[in-house]
Ligand binder design. Structure first.
Ligand code: GLA
Length: 415
């Protein structure tokens, strides 16, 4: 989709300066802008088979690019200048999960190239690119945004059309799962690729379908706020995320055949839920707590969708808050800094709900906030958060977001 607006002037300046200093010719090319995402439910539901709902948010990655007439792909990220120029020949990339790549963002373009070639897409044309992003790490899907941006750019430059959204999502997930080694699900990719301004994206895994639900007209004016704790979350493969996934799979393995379930989302009926807890509660209390969160969050999900469609943002907020308590106490996927943000936000009148976001442990929490309460929230965080976590006093940030389209093709840097 094209956007009538261009890339912000300060981002253009940043990209132009960097392109010139690195000798990358992207002038007169195009810019692909990919968004972040905010999940309204069910957080940690994707790999458990639940339905999903979320929106695109206006923190972005901008990538300016142009064909370079060679067989090399050359990129520079303004966010990782210490990694220098990433420069590789088409068809020559390190093997998946190579140790060499662990600490460089190069694993993303290399992974995209590897997966597209593995899947038979004719990637033949070299290009130059410079990137800059302002998506906070941990919680708003920076890596999925980058991966999608790179995939769509490769498609565009190589004249590969007509790849449907579901396939693109699968490719982006494969880059992270197979090449990088991150055990992520599909939530992030779906919520970014399909996002539309002012709409919630509703995904049903049973049919693989996407439906857009506009926010009801009666909705109070509200903002989506990301509360970046300033902590750095290691990859999902190194965090509690991986352990939780394994626990959920373990319960399905134990209970699967007797209770006819293939994922935790299959446990919808109260009777079934109670029978499983009765059977495994004593021996595997922690597995049953994981199930409790998924079961309860899934029950709340339909009410949340209805509330969104009615414009009852107060109820959406309450459910968001209840999900947060389940994620904290039953799923045990939050972290101290994330919870400090929530504890502060919860005391501010006009904050409708708050919880940790995304993979867990570290990164960002989020809040749904009445527009007239945003300033009070900012003041409360500025006062409270650095007192609790002085080590992050210079790193934390509050991002006040709006819903946006996930992917936009913009005019490039002027030639
Ligand atoms: C991370 C993963 C997603 C999803 C969320 C939790 O963002 O990449 O697949 O599991 O955590 O909802």
């Amino acid at each position: 989709m094209t956007d009538p607006f261009n890339c912000p002037a300060d981002v253009q300046r940043l990209l132009s300066r960097r392109a010139s200093s690195c000798g990358l010719d992207v002038f007169g090319g195009r810019i692909c802008r990919s968004s972040s995402r905010f999940c309204l439910g069910v957080e940690h539901g994707d790999y458990n088979g639940t339905e999903l709902f979320g929106v695109g948010t206006d923190r972005f990655i901008w990538m300016a690019y142009k064909l370079n007439g060679s067989n090399r792909i050359r990129l520079f990220s303004e966010n990782f200048p210490e990694d220098g120029l990433i420069d590789f020949e088409i068809g020559r990339v390190p093997e998946p999960r190579s140790k060499l790549l662990q600490d460089t963002w190069a694993r993303f373009p290399l992974g995209v190239h590897y997966i597209l070639q593995r899947e038979g897409y004719p990637i033949k044309k070299g290009f130059d690119a410079v990137l800059y992003g302002n998506i906070p790490g941990g919680g708003m899907s920076r890596s999925a945004s980058l991966t999608l941006n790179l995939i769509l750019t490769c498609f565009e430059l190589n004249g590969i059309g007509a790849v449907d959204g579901t396939t693109t999502v699968d490719l982006a997930q494969a880059v992270e799962n197979d090449y990088i080694g991150s055990p992520c699900g599909k939530l992030d990719q779906i919520m970014i690729l399909f996002a539309r301004e002012g709409m919630g994206t509703y995904y049903r895994p049973a049919t693989g379908s996407i439906e857009y639900i506009p926010l009801g007209e009666q909705a109070a004016d509200f903002r989506i706020v990301s509360l970046d704790t300033g902590t750095i979350r290691p990859g999902l493969e190194k965090s509690t995320y991986k352990i939780r996934r394994a626990e959920c799979e373990r319960l399905v393995e134990l209970a699967g055949s007797q209770f006819s379930i293939t994922c935790l989302a299959d446990v919808r009926e109260e009777h079934l839920y109670r029978s499983i807890v009765q059977k495994y509660g004593k021996k595997h209390p922690q597995l049953c707590r994981r199930l409790k969160y998924i079961y309860e969050a899934q029950n709340r999900f339909t009410r949340m969708l209805d509330a969104w469609a009615r414009g009852d943002i107060e109820t959406v907020g309450q459910i968001f808050r209840q999900d947060g308590i389940g994620l904290r106490d039953d799923y045990e996927i939050s972290g101290p800094e994330l919870e400090t943000m929530c504890d502060i936000a919860r005391t501010v009148p006009g904050v409708l709900g708050e919880r940790m976001l995304g993979g867990g442990d570290k990164g960002a929490s989020g809040a749904l906030v009445r527009a007239d309460a945003v300033e009070s929230l900012q003041a409360a965080i500025a006062m409270g958060y650095p007192r609790s976590h002085p080590n992050y006093a210079d790193q934390y940030a509050v991002h006040v977001c709006q819903t946006v389209a996930g992917i936009c093709l913009l005019d490039g840097l002027p030639a």
